[in-house]
Design a protein around this ligand. Structure first.
Ligand code: 5GP
Length: 193
């Protein structure tokens, strides 16, 4: 039987550029990574695609997924639900492929709890500074002032938890941060054999 794929978690505060770094990391096909498309009740942002960035679902459907035990983990984040599909992860791992999860600190904690340590590799992305982070969150014109404030407050709380992760990576430049992450993933895959 094939060894189940590695679970790679990328977490970090809102606005830190997790998505951009994650996409850059995944450009390297040799890593054999499949993105875990989460379910969310948050409205779609401009440029996002259903079934690619997220499965955008109604609150009713999300609550049904919880009830049916379809989610590996889920959390509420600034007023919306987000969760990881259990069946998607199982399918990908059964094929021996590695899974990339872009989730929040709480989700990362729950995934870590559910699997042996050797099957999970976690990264926490930090901004070069809090000032820079605030600039990036405010620069995202899709969010209103109240949401921006809540996301910034949440970011401050999340940053304090960075030491729970295997690696803390500074997103000073996307290329550099992605390269650092790719190297660590490669080394871990090699070590697992
Ligand atoms: P955003 O609205 O900016 O796309 O995501 C808000 C937060 O929810 C981010 O920290 C993102 O990583 C996290 N998130 C996305 N999908 C999931 C998920 O399936 N589970 C958990 N726990 N967090 C998620």
């Amino acid at each position: 039987m094939k060894k189940p794929g590695l679970l790679v978690i990328i977490a970090g505060p809102s606005g830190v550029g997790k998505g951009t770094v994650r996409k850059e990391v995944m450009h390297d096909r040799t890593l054999n990574l499949v993105f875990s498309i989460s379910l969310t009740t948050r409205p779609k942002r401009v440029g996002e695609k259903n079934g690619v960035d997220y499965h955008f679902v109604s609150r009713k459907d999300f609550l049904a997924a919880i009830k049916n035990h379809d989610l590996l983990e889920y959390n509420q984040y600034v007023g919306h639900y987000y969760g990881t599909s259990k069946s998607q992860i199982e399918k990908v791992r059964r094929q021996g492929k590695n899974v990339m999860l872009e989730i929040d600190v709480n989700g990362a904690k729950n995934v870590k709890k559910a699997f042996p340590a050797s099957e999970v590799l976690s990264f926490f992305i930090v901004p070069p500074s809090l000032k820079e982070l605030a600039k990036r969150i405010k620069g995202r014109s899709t969010e209103n002032a109240s949401t921006i404030k809540k996301r910034l407050a949440k970011a401050r709380v999340e940053l304090k938890l960075k030491n729970r992760f295997d690696y803390v990576v500074i997103n000073d430049k996307v290329d550099r941060a992605a390269k650092e992450i790719r190297q660590i993933i490669k080394a871990t895959i090699k070590q697992r054999g």
